[in-house]
Design a protein around this ligand. Structure first.
Ligand SMILES: [Zn+2]
Length: 380
């Protein structure tokens, strides 16, 4: 049973950090839609009466330019999974797992949840140029769907994150546009001519993406995060956007798997020690990724482990098996003891010093200030 995150929570925390850009982006998106509508007024005799790829656009790109590469196009293709020929009903946007997906226009969420072949999908109904249009977003993991049915969205609003769930060979957004509505028996059209950012293949972004936000719910309490308080001397550091984004992924995966807040802290403290919360493509011997998991020890392939969602999932699976199932009082056990059981580190004491930093990361990705007196002094 998948619980639905409350409305708007996907963007709650990081909004603090990205407000100026978000406001500009939303304003620009709204303007584009308005221009699109007025631009086609009086155009009643236009052929086809469909969405017109005119000089102005009706929809905005569902992903930020620079954050994706266009992969499989709309139209006939060979199915990458089954090998059969088929009509591909949308445009694929290849991007690393966790890359933000945004609403292509203002509208109402009419579906958000599992759908055959899509993994999880979101369907948004819009009224554009006086006609019903749906946009569809697919292949997300459950923890990355930030919307629920009935919610109103703005153009450019962060609604989900890229996954590889369902009939998918790698992380991407499958994006469809339907004239007449997806659930109302409409027809799929090629999205690309309709987008304001007809995305040319692009290099990876040079700037780090905005901080990712966790997908649901109220922030946990400090007592939930550190039931016995921090144990041992604590390191004091400020996390950058990339580190916070990885922390948010770890929290989101933990939530999706039903792990309690204490487990998120242990996972983040472990990743701090193993990789300083950076998704490293190298490490000691064959260790890679946030948790420096090793292919030779059965954690997965390098490309699997390099997906933070995968590596966090494997961490929690192991945690569940080695800790939760074996130690009923694990929530009050020291971090040192717990992390060592899961990761088999040669230096178990090394994890405990990150406990406060990890607890603060959980708070920050929920939009809550760090624990008072635990962050480094700001340089004057
Ligand atoms: Zn697709």
């Amino acid at each position: 049973m998948q619980s639905r995150p409350p409305r708007g929570s996907l963007i709650a925390a990081g909004a603090v950090l990205v407000v100026p850009f978000a406001l500009i982006m939303v304003a620009a998106a709204a303007l584009t839609v308005l221009v699109g509508i007025t631009g086609s007024m009086g155009n009643s005799g236009s052929p086809g009466c469909g969405l017109q790829p005119s000089g102005s656009s009706t929809l905005v790109s569902p992903m930020t330019p620079g954050s994706y590469q266009l992969t499989s196009e709309f139209g006939g293709r060979t199915n990458p999974v089954s090998g059969a020929s088929e009509n591909h009903g949308g445009q694929d946007f290849g991007a690393p797992a966790g890359t933000p997906i945004t609403a292509a226009a203002a509208g109402t969420v009419v579906e958000a949840g599992p759908a055959s072949g899509f993994g999880q999908w979101i369907v948004i109904d819009h009224e554009l140029d006086g006609q019903q249009v749906s946009t569809v977003y697919g292949h997300m993991w459950p923890a990355d769907v930030g919307m629920s049915e009935g919610e109103q969205v703005r153009a450019g609003q962060h609604i989900a994150r890229v996954g590889s769930n369902g009939q998918s060979t790698g992380p991407h957004l499958h994006f469809e546009v339907w004239e007449g509505g997806r659930l109302a028996g409409g027809r799929a059209v090629d999205p690309m001519p309709l987008l304001s950012e007809p995305g040319e293949p692009s290099a990876p972004p040079s700037d780090p993406a905005p901080v990712e936000l966790v997908s649901s719910g109220a922030a946990p309490t400090v007592a939930q995060l550190m039931p016995s308080g921090p144990q041992g001397s604590q390191r004091n550091t400020t996390l950058d956007d990339e580190q916070l984004r990885n922390a948010a992924t770890i929290v989101g995966v933990g939530k999706g798997m039903g792990m309690p807040p204490r487990a998120w802290v242990i996972a983040i403290a472990t990743a701090m020690q193993e990789s300083t919360l950076h998704n490293l493509d190298y490490g000691d011997r064959d260790s890679v990724g946030l948790f420096q998991q090793r292919t030779s020890q059965g954690w997965g392939t390098v490309s699997q482990i390099m997906d933070p969602r995968y590596s966090a999932t494997k961490f929690y699976e192991s945690f569940d098996e080695k800790i939760v199932a074996r130690y009923p009082d694990w929530q009050s056990m020291p971090v040192t003891q717990l992390a060592q059981q899961v990761q088999r580190s040669g230096f178990p004491d090394a994890y405990a010093k990150w406990e406060t930093v990890a607890a603060n990361a959980v708070l920050v990705v929920h939009g809550v200030a760090p624990i008072e007196g635990t962050t480094p002094e700001a340089a004057c």
